[in-house]
Structures are given as structure tokens and as C-alpha cells.
Design a protein. Sequence first.
Length: 166
Amino acid sequence: MDVRITVALMVLTAAASWTDLRRMRIPNVLTSGFAAGGFLYHAVSDGWAGALHAAGGGAAGFLPLLLLHRFGGMGAGDVKWFGAYGIWAGAAATVQLVVTSILLAGGISVFLLLLRLRMIRRWGRRLPWPWGRHPAESGKGAAFPFMLAVAPSVIALLSGAGVIAF
């Protein structure tokens, strides 16, 4: 992967993580700006092939998560973020990220469900939870910023591809 693309993906991920963790929102100006920049980058550097690469990547990120959004599984900012990521990274890398992020989010969800168990609940209530209803409370499930699962997935995928060496 081109160094410029890697840097763009890391900046996009860091900025979205910052806003999502603080406010549980990913601003449209961030996603639309990066989407436009990625499309322009690929179109200028590779012509029609680059534009098609960007469009395919954007669709690979946007469409599957739009379905999850429609069923209440995530916010619209996350959907648009994956579209912008896909435009930069391409379809294959984006599908890998979607799968990895959903699996990690599932693990986080299991952890949050465990906090509801009677023997763990008292300990769980001591954990600070800035994103609405505390997961140790009974009732409807607790929300968490999806970037908690996405950011580590981005790091893992970029480092696994040999782009970032730890």
C-alpha cells in the first residue's frame, strides 16, 4: 500500500476515533472530506482505473454497514466513515476491515454482557462509562463507540500487511 494512502487512513482513523470516543459522533465534514480526497487521489494518480478502484472500495465499506445501520446496529457516521475508508483502501482491504471490526465489536459486546452477571455487576459498576447507559445496569443494551473496535482493527490490518512494523 502506498505510504500516502497509509498516512491518510491513519489520520482518518485517529480523527474519527477522537470524535467518536468523546461524543459518539463522526462528523460529516471528516467523512466527506476524506471521501472526496481519496476519490480525487485515485482518479488523478490512476485515471479511470483509480476512480473505479475508489468507487468499489467505497461501496464495499458503505453498503454492508448501511444494512447494519438500518437495523439499529450502528450510527450513520460509522457507515460514512467506512465508505471513506474504502475509497482510500480499496474493496479487499475494506472487506477485511469490516469483518475484523464486527468480530472485535462482538467481543466487546460479550464483555459488556458479562458485566450484567450478578457476581460481576458490583465490580462492573465501578468502571466509568461515558457513553450513556452503563452496561452493568439491567435493561436495554449499552451503546459504545464502534471506533473502539475499528481503530485496533485498522492498526492490526495495516501492521499485518507490513505497512506498520511494531
